[in-house]
Design a protein. Structure first.
Length: 197
């Protein structure tokens, strides 16, 4: 069983408003991410919210997602991941770390990453795709962390983020090349959002 942890607790300071509620094709970003995970067959889904939790929940209705609130989102991404892990199913064998500002990742991409992990359950699976800007492969999200490395997520310095976990000497990384360029696309500024068609 895989649980999805959707990180939506960021301050969205550069965007100026909660990125989870930005609209695309008539729905908020957070709904696109959750709908893609549902379509990919992920049954256990945890959305981690921060200071904008009331605003987000007044505009978006979960459809089976659990909601966890990070009381100190200023402590960084790792603190939000910990909140999500604490709320995830005890039966989870792996945790897919997803970003709320990646509404354009296809359900098929989530499925491909899960299928890869099912064949490499001891590894952290990290997707990567070709980036034309510098003609190289670049790593993106979502990644899957096996339950065997769950404890690492609670040991790392909060300021180091997921990088500390994925670069720990005890972990094995399986890189998965995908053709979906959306795994490296996120929306941090109004200019980024303006480019979304």
């Amino acid at each position: 069983m895989i649980s999805a942890i959707i990180l939506a607790a960021g301050e969205s300071s550069r965007m100026g408003r909660p990125k989870a509620l930005l609209q695309w094709r008539g729905k908020p970003f957070i709904e696109h991410v959750c709908a893609a995970l549902r379509a990919a067959g992920v049954e256990d889904r945890v959305v981690v919210l921060g200071r904008a939790s009331h605003e987000i929940l007044s505009a978006w209705v979960p459809a089976g997602e659990k909601v966890a609130v990070n009381p100190k989102p200023e402590n960084g991404q790792l603190s939000s991941l910990r909140c999500g892990l604490a709320a995830a199913s005890d039966f989870s064998e792996g945790f897919m770390v997803c970003l709320a500002d990646q509404p354009t990742v296809a359900p098929e991409t989530y499925k491909k990453i899960m299928d890869c992990w099912l064949s490499n359950k001891e590894s952290i699976v990290v997707p990567r795709t070709f980036r034309a800007a510098d003609a190289r492969l670049k790593r993106g999200h979502p990644i899957i962390i096996p339950a065997a490395h769950k404890a690492l997520c609670f040991e790392g310095p909060p300021d180091k983020g997921l990088h500390w976990v994925t670069h720990h000497p005890s972990v094995k990384i399986t890189d998965l090349e995908v053709k979906d360029p959306e795994i490296i696309r996120d929306f941090d500024t109004p200019e980024d959002y303006a480019g979304l068609v």
